[in-house]
Design a protein around this ligand. Structure first.
Ligand code: GLU
Length: 295
């Protein structure tokens, strides 16, 4: 008998970080995920991205659940909390270490700034990544394994960075992905090298956004990543990590960003667009949908 085609439902996820109250931009992400999951008869997961222990707080996490409930969004339990899964991220880092694709980086932010200022004094601008951050200088990448290990043994503070050039040579394939968001729809092949040697493991928090998001999307069987356009530029880095770690690529959909009255992207510090504040001001979930143009 011919095999039946797979009937696995698509899997969507909303993945906020509990480092502030959710605002209208998050509401758009959460509602789009919910609408798209329903239309596709798929599953909706909530993932709490709380690896940055210095900024995440339990009251914000509590508020995420309350806001989603108020918006009428239901998601599967148990909810994955990244802080409970650092072993999975550690295992991915160890794999990249075994492939010799990561290196310990010892320069502090201040040292990088000073290094770049010296370089730029000669008139040549130092490259920045799409977020405007200085690319990490190449010196630590050139340390021998013995030198690097000796510094670690001495207790030198360090993070782990991806050796971008080596990683691209190892991946040795086109890093394309399917994008369905209206701004860039199509099959896209973008170069992650513009990010330089991205950080994959911080010294003050386990893992990094790039590593944990890729590991979790794969472990949770996520097939559709629906998130804001602010993360569009990071997607080639995610595709690279997926390729190196042998993980499947979800379909991506980056949605428009909601801007404040000043025309700038909303941030969690702008209290007046926080869902808690809008709810307290008497707005209904339907008002929120209308305000977001979701009908
Ligand atoms: N945790 C990220 C944020 O709150 C979103 C990650 C993602 O959707 O890939 O901005």
């Amino acid at each position: 008998m011919p095999e039946k085609p797979s009937t696995m439902p698509p899997v969507f996820r909303f993945a906020p970080s509990p480092n502030g109250y959710l605002h209208l931009g998050h509401a758009l992400s959460a509602l789009l995920n919910d609408d798209m999951a329903k239309t596709a008869r798929g599953r909706l997961l909530l993932r709490i991205e709380d690896i940055d222990i210095t900024r995440c707080r339990p009251e914000y996490e509590q508020a995420i659940h309350e806001d989603l409930r108020w918006l009428g969004i239901d998601y599967e339990r148990p909810v994955r909390r990244q802080s409970e899964h650092t072993d999975a991220y550690r295992a991915a880092l160890e794999r990249l270490k075994a492939m010799d694709l990561v290196y310990p980086a010892f320069m502090s932010r201040g040292e990088v700034k000073r290094f770049v200022a010296d370089q730029e004094a000669s008139g040549k601008p130092w490259p920045r990544d799409p977020d405007g951050a200085l690319l990490y200088p190449p010196d630590d990448r050139k340390l021998s394994r013995a030198e690097a290990e000796a510094r670690i043994a001495d207790g030198d503070q360090h993070v782990w960075r991806l050796d971008m050039a080596k990683a691209l040579a190892t991946a040795n394939s086109e890093l394309s992905f399917i994008e369905t968001g209206p701004a860039h729809a199509g099959t896209l092949t973008l170069d992650p090298a513009i990010w330089g040697d991205v950080m994959l493991w911080r010294w003050d928090a386990p893992s990094s956004y790039h590593l944990s998001v890729v590991v979790d999307d794969a472990l949770q069987g996520v097939t559709h990543v629906v998130r804001g356009l602010d993360l569009f530029a990071a997607t080639p880095v995610h595709r690279l990590l997926q390729t190196l770690l042998g993980l499947p690529a979800p379909i991506y959909h980056h949605h428009r960003l909601i801007v404040g009255e000043d025309g700038r992207k909303l941030s969690k510090s702008q209290g007046d667009t926080a869902l808690t504040a809008l709810r307290a001001a008497g707005l209904s979930p339907l008002d929120i949908r209308r305000r977001l143009g979701l009908g």
